[in-house]
Design a protein around this ligand. Sequence first.
Ligand code: GLA
Length: 382
Amino acid sequence: MNTNIITEKFSSLFGKEYYLYTSPGRINLIGEHTDYNGGFVFPGAIDKGIYAAVYPNNTDKVRVFSVDYNENAQFGTEENDIPSLSWAKYIFGVVREIKKKGLEVKGFDAVFAGDVPLGAGMSSSAALESCFAYALNDMFALGLDKLLLAYIGQATEHNYCGVKCGIMDQFASVFGKKNSLIRLNCATMEYEYFPFNPQGYKLVLLDTCVKHELASSAYNKRRESCERVCAEIRARNPQVVFLSDATMPMLEEVKDRISQEDYMRAQYVIGEKQRVLTVCDALERNDYDTVGKCMFETHNGMSKQYEVSCEELDFLNDIAKQEGVTGSRVMGGGFGGCTINLVKDNLYEAFIRTAKSQFKEKFAHEPKVYDVIISDGARKIK
Ligand code: GLA
């Protein structure tokens, strides 16, 4: 992204001196709604993110301008200074979560903008949190390590933005590495980089451009379902800390004690854990057919068992199947946003053409198309 617009705005509003930081959005190859269940995820940072010019202002106030919203916010750093603009809550939350650790955050000025599409399931909010967490840590020499920066972003979502999210998005935004996906075990936080450059294939996102209302409350409800089932299973199997530790037979044992809905949610989560491991194994053999098959299975589980898909996403998934795409599924939290598609080079153009035209015929607008380029995580540019 051309950052001139940010730095020029910063100079005109606040002065000539600034640092420039960025943190990216993310994709996730497989392992969805597994992070808060102690399972595996397989994300990577992308070449789209949030960029911010930031500098201390020697006051006790934070003054921020959002280029994309063309709005200003100004707030103090105490708990009751919470701003009313929703984008400003993310920055305020990061400041608060750092201060809760007993560290000092002084006033600062900032101008930011982004090229990660909002509401598309590419984690624009994690990019924003991670960008400011990284910036404040660097600028005020707070000495927080990368994992703590990711936790600060996650706590911001929980405590200031109303989403009880897992750690995947913030982790990917902070730890991203060019050309590599990250397999993260969310129970132990152990992670491993997997070089990802599938020869003969493209990874492409198709954005439905729909974002269903109440997505946050529906997300939180899914998490509650998982916690209820986990508690039932744990009562009989104390070694089960997270739902991802459970097996299908353990789930069967408690079937009569939980609702049919919670049962389906848990079936999906337990199945998804195995799929991530199958995909990692297949990647080591360059077996993309198996990767793709697992992606389709995940879509099916997210649509029919976890019920976080929607008509538009299911439609794109059906087109992918019909066009012989290797793998396709809804990506991220769901309820709108993107499908992620693993497509053979020679099928790519026809797939995109058909997806655009058939989608437009049905929903009166085209999906947006983003080729995925796996890139580095949070960093200082200047
Ligand atoms: C959102 C959350 C993540 C994760 C995904 C689903 O992106 O922020 O923590 O739960 O949904 O995998």
